[in-house]
Write a protein that binds this ligand. Structure first.
Ligand code: AMP
Length: 182
């Protein structure tokens, strides 16, 4: 089973991913976490990515796709979050999976209104969580990532969940969708 958690910055993708991997046999992969690791190790990739992350811009598709290829597991199912973030990335992912005779089974869109996202991001305190960068990341989400909702809707794999509920309730909603397929 391969699953994507889709949602704006601050929607709770990371939190939900951690809860999900406890119940489902999935490896979870966050491109944001992978980039933060590269930055902390001061690798060339990290230095490349940091310029974009600090501005709240997306790292160019080719860099992201090259990086993710090495992390997609061969055997276990995968829970992806923070990736894909553009239609180009989604198409590249599809190509990689198809070559391995795999597919995306579920895309969960965790929906939270903008005012709530800003509130949550400001209280998170990550280095790219200042007001200016936040506004830019939310615009980037709106313009470049949101079209993925329609992309996956057309493929019949999308379900929306209300991300404003308590953490446990959001998790229950997601598990109900995934659990129905087990
Ligand atoms: P995140 O932890 O998912 O909020 O990601 C933090 C930052 O890493 C983003 O603002 C982007 O600069 C970069 N990033 C993470 N994932 C991607 C991706 N799939 N495509 C492009 N940039 C990404």
């Amino acid at each position: 089973m391969n699953v994507i958690l889709l949602g704006a910055p601050g929607a709770g993708k990371g939190t939900q991913a951690q809860l999900l991997v406890k119940d489902f046999h999935l490896q979870h992969i966050s491109t944001g976490d992978l980039f933060r690791f590269e930055v902390s190790q001061e690798t060339e990739l990290g230095q490349q990515a940091k310029r974009y992350m600090d501005q709240g811009e997306l790292v160019p598709d080719q860099i992201v796709v090259d990086m993710i290829q090495g992390h997609l597991p061969e055997e276990r199912g995968t829970l992806l979050y923070g990736f894909p973030r553009t239609i180009e990335q989604a198409k590249a992912l599809q190509k990689v999976l198809t070559a391995k005779h795999k597919q995306i089974d579920f895309v969960l869109s965790v929906d939270v209104p903008k005012e709530e996202l800003v509130k949550r991001l400001l209280s998170r305190g990550r280095s790219d969580d200042n007001l200016e960068t936040i506004e830019n990341r939310l615009d980037v989400y709106q313009n470049q990532t949101k079209p993925l909702i329609e992309f996956y809707q057309e493929q019949g794999v999308l379900t929306s969940v209300d991300g404003c509920q308590e953490i446990a309730a959001v998790s229950e909603d997601i598990k109900a969708v995934l659990g129905a397929s087990l």
